[in-house]
Design a protein around this ligand. Structure first.
Ligand code: C2E
Ligand code: CA
Ligand code: CA
Length: 507
């Protein structure tokens, strides 16, 4: 229908004389023509609008970075897959996949590498999704979170999750940067676990439980997980106040000389005295603190408290090096060395008396940020120890560039010494390599005399473990040092690292 403009309509309605009528009819003809043109234009506009709208829907449903479906797109796919499952009376498993420590990759290598990693991970997921008889829907649900729908029951989904974990843990190369990751996967199965609306939320819940337990695994949703997660978030709330409420404390575990058994150092190990839950292990709350940005303030407290303790021991006439564990997040902070130096100065501790234990995996991140951090540690004259050595992928060349003075062989090799010939060969090789680089070797987790003797004969310089002492309070350590402990360990000695320390020990 052609609509007439209001002025023309008024003319036609009001016009009574012939001339005027003729003029009106001409105008009407023009108006009709104009309006036909408008209609055509409107139709074109509406077609364009429609195209734009479907483009927008497509955009909303397709992730521009990875080309995968978005969360919105996935919801639509989920609906049709559920219909299909209903039709065939078959199961449907939703796998909720997230990359562990993706945030650290972004932080350490920058967003470009982070994006590249997401693209490659998406490609692996897509390849995995294409393995079955029909291509399974796969989506990028958020940041580093992906979802996958497989026509499998629980047993099949668990198998698929472990193959997927394997596929994602193979090394990546992004912008010439070698990277290795692990993944956490949560699984929920339709219709056994729930109906369509909750499937995604339950699989995500299972994934978060895996992540909270340290990641690198997969789990099927069980109702208790909701409770676990609630407890985790309560724990996190409490952890935010732990420093201010004076609930953190340090225990100390000595390192002893492998030949003389004299104490050379004390490693500070953190404990959280929770008002209701009792003592909580750092293995539980340090990862939580790292994930939620609390590690900086907790780490700062550890450094300050360790220095304060070292000064107190010095006053009491006890001379030894003190060691603190430094998390990767702390190492990547540009303030770390300034903060350490400030604590050392406050308590008048020479830098060479403080050992920073940094795990091998963190130390080997060959990024500009870690290289700078190590350079600053070296310039400050701090004593660096590579912790949990043997679990990562160090090369001789990469070790050589680190300003480390000490290497701690991971407890796993010490535990396996008696039973596993390979562990023995590895320890021997580590000691030889470390000595060729003038690094001292500490073996941790020594629990038996047989291990002690074997490690000493393999050439380890220092030992640490329950055989000598468990982590204990500063007061207990001082008492122990004054004769309460085993006779062979009761004597404090000046640090054996004197040669590598840049600052002299106490007068
Ligand atoms: P780590 O640095 O490798 O510390 C050694 C862990 O092994 C300690 O556990 C210690 O109590 C335990 N251990 C020592 N000797 C033996 C032994 O003979 N047998 C066995 N089975 N275990 C032994 P802990 O205190 O639970 O600490 C666990 C981890 O938590 C530490 O591993 C470290 O990675 C982290 N951690 C502890 N304190 C801090 C801290 O202040 N800051 C940071 N960032 N991490 C910390
Ligand atoms: Ca350590
Ligand atoms: Ca260790």
């Amino acid at each position: 229908m052609v609509s007439v403009g209001p002025e023309i309509a008024a003319l036609v309605k009001n016009g009574t004389s012939g001339g005027l009528l003729a003029a009106s009819l001409t105008l009407l003809g023009i108006a009709v023509a104009v309006n036909v043109g408008t209609a055509l234009r409107n139709r074109r506009l509406s077609r364009r609008l429609h195209a734009a709208r479907s483009e927008l829907t497509e955009l909303r449903q397709r992730d521009p970075l990875t080309g995968l479906a978005t969360r919105a797109g996935f919801e639509a796919l989920l609906e049709s897959e559920v219909d299909r499952a209903d039709l065939h009376r078959g199961p449907l498993a939703l796998l909720y996949v997230t990359l562990d420590n993706f945030g650290s990759v972004n932080q350490a290598y920058g967003l470009r590498v982070g994006d590249g990693l997401l693209v490659e991970a998406a490609q692996r997921l897509q390849a995995f999704a294409g393995r079955g008889p029909h291509v399974a829907p796969v989506a990028r649900a958020a940041g580093d979170e992906f979802t996958l729908l497989l026509p499998l029951d629980l047993a099949g989904a668990m198998d698929a999750a472990s193959s997927l974990q394997q596929a994602l843990s193979a090394p990546f190369t992004v912008e010439a940067q070698p990277l290795q990751l692990s993944a956490s996967i949560g699984i929920a199965v339709y219709p056994d676990d729930c109906g369509r609306p909750r499937l995604m939320a339950l699989a995500a819940l299972a994934m978060r439980n895996v992540k909270h337990a340290g990641g690198n695994g997969h789990a099927h949703y069980v109702p208790a997980m909701a409770q676990d997660l609630r407890e985790q978030s309560e724990l996190l709330q409490d952890l935010r106040h732990a420093v201010a409420r004076h609930e953190l404390r340090l225990l100390f575990q000595p390192k002893v000389d492998a030949r003389t058994l004299q104490i050379t150092a004390a490693e500070a190990l953190l404990r959280w005295q929770h008002p209701r839950r009792g003592v909580i292990s750092p293995l539980v709350f340090i990862p939580l603190a790292e994930r939620h940005g609390l590690i900086q303030s907790i780490g700062l407290w550890v450094i300050e408290e360790a220095c304060r303790q070292a000064a107190q021991w010095r006053e009491a006439g006890l001379r030894m090096r003190i060691a603190v564990n430094i998390s990767g997040h702390q190492l990547r902070s540009e303030h770390l060395v300034d903060q350490i130096e400030a604590s050392l100065a406050r308590h008048q501790i020479p830098p060479g008396r403080l050992t920073c234990e940094i795990t091998e995996t963190v130390a080997m991140e060959d990024t500009a940020v870690t290289r700078q951090a190590f350079e600053r540690l070296r310039r400050a004259g701090l004593h660096v120890s590579i912790d949990d050595f043997g679990t990562g992928h160090s090369s001789l060349a990469s070790l050589r560039r680190l300003p480390a003075a000490e290497l701690k062989i991971d407890r796993a090799f010490v535990t396996d010494l008696g039973s596993d010939q390979q562990a023995l060969s590895i320890v021997r090789a580590i000691v030889q390599m470390a000595h060729s680089l003038q690094l001292r070797v500490v073996a941790e987790g020594v629990e038996t005399e047989a291990q002690r003797d074997q490690l000493a004969s393999l050439g380890c310089d220092e030992l640490q473990g329950y055989l000598f002492a468990r982590p204990m309070t500063a007061t207990a350590l001082a008492l122990w040092a004054e004769g309460e402990g085993p006779a062979a360990c009761s004597q404090f000695s000046p640090s054996l690292f004197e040669a590598t320390a840049t600052a002299p020990l106490d007068p």
